[in-house]
Design a protein around this ligand. Structure first.
Ligand code: IPM
Ligand code: MG
Length: 351
């Protein structure tokens, strides 16, 4: 078994290092192949996703990804910016299904941006489509008839793109509380009308799962009003990006949310996928040893479960993380003072 490790920029390398220590502790025989991505790769090789990195990622059983984003690169043409590394990997490897679980850890209820009694009930899974939508539609700049500069990004979804992500959501719901809330903007957007029609059609295959539809503005409101309402939230690329950051603050910190990006390709022991914390590269705190590595450690647990068939090891890691938080080992994002390495040490001690 081989994991491609892509640390990236900012705090990416340091949170990855802690996750790698955890993987080595529970599964010492796994081979790790490191490769550069993001601004780091651009600076060294002239491209945020060099062909050699893509080849290493493709050849692995799974990818552990840190974060990309570097203010030094903000002025580059879009196709050379660090973010293109993660967007390029998702697209090139057909990783269309992004799973972003959000639940409140015992003892952290008071760290939520919501009142503890509301936060306590959060246990949801955002299933976000990753290969389409306004992210990958035609985009550019043009001049209007009146001579004004105009930017445009086309939002589009094909039937088959919606169908395959809907199946992922319904299957996930079958292993949970059997409820899917499909989030769209069908009152305004044709893309969303098609989304809704296809989701209704797919739902016929899952009579045991309850389906509801919600407009994205209402979903944003319900996520803070009554987040316990949600089980599986099925949504498109853009809405899922926004709602998952919002969900992280409901949980308490963006430093706690892991994610898996899966496609259809099977490996020897599971599904090929890319695993990353949902947070970014946080250049303002990079290198200070204060970042929270738990989202990346939890992403590593998802990797072991979904791509390598090591469910017991994944459970152990998740229990260790829950234990560390219950012990009050809190990093700065959670109002505590535990450093990066100290948090990693605490997880290892628990393991
Ligand atoms: C995420 C990030 C990415 C996205 C960026 C870095 C391109 O915000 O994974 O949520 O927008 O998908
Ligand atoms: Mg995001």
């Amino acid at each position: 078994m081989n994991i491609a490790v892509l640390p990236g920029d900012g705090i990416g390398p340091e949170v990855i290092e802690q996750a790698v220590r955890v993987i080595a502790a529970v599964a010492p025989d796994i081979a790790l192949t490191y490769a550069p991505v993001g601004g780091t790769a651009f600076k060294a090789h002239g491209h945020p996703l060099p062909p050699a990195t893509l080849a290493i990622a493709r050849a692995a059983d799974a990818i552990l990804f840190g974060a990309v984003g570097d203010p030094d690169c903000d002025a580059l043409e879009r196709h050379l910016r660090p973010e293109q590394a993660i967007l390029g990997l998702r697209k090139a490897l057909t990783l269309f299904a992004n799973l972003r679980p959000a639940r409140v850890f015992a003892g952290l209820e008071s760290h939520s941006a919501l009142r503890p009694e509301i936060a306590r009930a959060i246990d949801l899974l955002i299933v976000r489509e990753l290969n389409g939508d306004v992210y990958f539609g035609e985009k550019g700049f043009r001049t209007t008839p009146s001579g004004e500069r105009q930017g445009y990004d086309v939002m589009a979804y094909a039937d088959s793109e919606v169908r395959r992500i809907a199946h992922v959501a319904f299957r996930a719901a079958q292993g949970r509380r059997r409820r899917v809330c499909s989030v769209d903007k069908a009152n305004v957007l044709e893309t969303s009308q098609l989304w809704r029609d296809v989701v209704v059609d797919v739902a016929r295959d899952y009579p045991d799962v309850a389906l509801e539809h919600m407009y994205v503005d209402n979903a944003a409101m319900q996520l803070v009003r009554n987040p316990g309402h949600f089980d599986v939230v099925l949504t498109g690329n853009l809405f899922g990006d926004i709602l998952s950051d919002q969900a992280s603050m409901c949980v308490g910190s963006i430093g706690l949310l892991a994610s898996a990006s899966l496609g259809e390709r099977q490996t020897a022991h599971g599904t090929f996928g890319l695993y990353e914390p949902i947070h970014g590269s946080a250049p303002d705190i990079a290198g200070q040893g204060v970042a929270n590595p738990l989202a990346t450690i939890l992403s590593a647990a998802m990797l072991l479960r979904h791509s390598l068939g090591l469910a017991a090891a994944a459970d152990r890691i998740e229990m260790a993380v829950a234990g560390v938080l219950a012990d009050g080992v809190l990093s700065r994002d959670l109002g505590g003072s535990a450093g990066l390495v100290e948090t990693g040490d605490a997880v290892l001690a628990r393991l």
